[in-house]
Design a binder for this molecule. Sequence first.
Ligand SMILES: [Zn+2]
Length: 480
Amino acid sequence: MSGDQECDLLFTGATVFDGTGAAPVMQDVAIAEGRIIAVGSGLTLTAAETRDARGLALAPGFIDVHTHDDLAVFRRSTILPKLSQGVTTVVTGNCGISLAPSPLVIRDVPVPPLDLIATADDYRYASFGAFLDAMRAAGPAVNVVPLVGHTALRARVMEALDGPASADEIAAMRRDLAEALDQGAAGLSTGLAYPPAKGSTTGEIVTLATDVAAAGKLWTTHMRDERSGVVSAVAETIDIARRSGARTLISHHKCCGQAAFGLSRTTLAMIEEARAEMPLDIDVYPYTASSTVLIEAYVRDSRKVTISWSDPHPEMAGRDLAEVAAEWGVDVNEAVGRLKPGGAIYHQMDDGDLERILTWPPSLIGSDGLPRDKRPHPRLWASFPLVLGHFARDRGLLSQAQAVAKMTGQTAKVLGLADRGRIAEGCAADVVLFDPAEIRAVADYDTPDAPSAGVTAVYVNGQLAYAPDAPDGAGAGQVL
Ligand SMILES: [Zn+2]
């Protein structure tokens, strides 16, 4: 392309990772009005701004396919953990937990795990549409793909959450689900491992997922069991996917507790086989510790447990649970009881499973970060650079191009985002510039909230949204 065509921004000499997994190529990339208008070498467009990108990787902005950022997207300060990693799109409302429609219809406080993302005061949107209107008005710094949570829907209509829903309750959930999907929800998430959803039958989920399929949308699931029963949980998920016809995404696939170590060989083989006949995908975060609300069973299965937040004992955030129990002169279960409501980081997975899932070609990268935690799991700030730096560059378990594809092009395909996740003419100009030799996670379990190294600039819809030395950026995100 040459001549007198104009553009807003021209990157020259960038090492372009196009999001497909192909090896990077040195190219120029031109952006106008929020879109990529040209990709090639030696572009001669007239540019309002030219940025010399020699030595830097230019990739599609990362899509964090698994987040709990429903509330975090409202403020730049709380979405900074994602922006500073190169993330330009977040999928919210995962694990059955969504900020809307408000679950506080027949009770005053959010039942765990709904308290992971917000307090009662924040659960104020009567409808999904009202939530999205507020988000648009706030001008999010990143794009948002919002899911509606099954547990939120259950909590709206069920007095007792520990059993199956009645026919009337299912009918009420279907009405709320239909309204949310109609008002812009990208799909439904379930969190079947958690107490308020564990009692739901497979049939309840098939019914709701069938509605999701009819709307052409996505079902994501934190499966019923990610421990020694993970194989039967995958079988249930495949069964629901088959019977409902819904596009299905297994959330943060993992095998927790020693009895589950190695089971990813079986689960990935099952998923691989099912993929031949249905759209079924998985995402994964790159750590062997999980993090969620305090639950006794998870504590029993863990090598080490760190408290991430506690309402009655905020001073204990960051402390080792066993040490706190010893200090109090009580057993660990008693300590958990005193600390609840609260959250924890559970070291309970095996490196072999993590590496197998992470390097399985179809898997997508999601952070599962918990932005409200006082002492968060480092996945909140560092998941994407950890994959690109540690796992890809330093250990060579996959190429950086493959890693980028797992964060961009593959993800966009699963989400049905036709014009995101690739560096190609006509795509939205969500772009990250990073130094492929320097990108690395800085946040770790000891210092959980540090921005990553090597991310140079992040553009959302063509607007500069983040640079390490710039205090502010545009709120150019869209609800997708
Ligand atoms: Zn989850």
